[in-house]
Ligand binder design. Structure first.
Ligand SMILES: Nc1ncnc2c1ncn2[C@@H]1O[C@H](COP(=O)(O)OP(=O)(O)OP(=O)(O)O)[C@@H](O)[C@H]1O
Ligand SMILES: [Mg+2]
Length: 151
């Protein structure tokens, strides 16, 4: 399809690669008519998903985090997948302030849900996790908060 741009990244599960995913996704988002605030929201969402894959999915072990970014007219779609430990209870994991790590806030999914229009999570314990997020151009949802609040 001519009017669809799709980029796939395979990133080793190293913390420094979160910023590479964020940069590529931001450039893809910039190809669509998102506001600066919306691009910032997309960057936060992808950072949270990639960090989860590295920290929880692979638990510091070596693995590949796959990031698929698709910019199509009016919509950006991002899929982040790992072949790590997987999630036992997805509904519980998505609860605000719930974390398997007492050192963490348990807010990653909350950011993803607030900053994107949809977040789908598929996971199989022992096999891995895939998070698919979509954001539509012009939905405007959440942008005011990210840019410091509506005047
Ligand atoms: N890719 C993943 N693989 C395995 N478990 C995951 C994955 N992503 C999320 N989880 C589980 O879901 C929980 C909630 O994730 P969430 O990002 O909301 O919070 P957190 O990562 O614990 O804390 P924070 O994101 O605030 O640092 C995690 O504690 C973890 O148990
Ligand atoms: Mg997290």
């Amino acid at each position: 399809m001519v009017d669809e741009n799709r980029v796939v990244l395979e990133l080793p599960s190293r913390p420094e690669n979160v910023s590479i995913a964020r940069l590529v996704v931001a450039q893809m988002a910039a190809q669509l008519q998102f506001t600066v605030a919306e691009v910032e929201e997309v960057k936060v969402a992808v950072s949270e998903a990639v960090t989860n894959a590295i920290v929880h999915g692979y638990r510091g072990r070596a693995g590949i985090v796959r990031v698929e970014v698709c910019a199509r007219p009016g919509e950006l779609e991002i899929a982040v997948s790992d072949q790590g430990v997987g999630i036992e209870d997805i509904d519980l994991a998505r609860q605000p302030a719930w974390s398997t790590d007492p050192e963490r806030m348990g807010l990653g999914f909350v950011f993803m849900e607030n900053f994107m229009d949809s977040v789908e999570v598929e996971s199989r314990p022992g096999h891995g996790t895939r998070v698919v997020m979509r954001k539509r151009v012009g939905s405007g949802y959440g942008s005011a908060a990210a840019s410091g609040g509506a005047v």
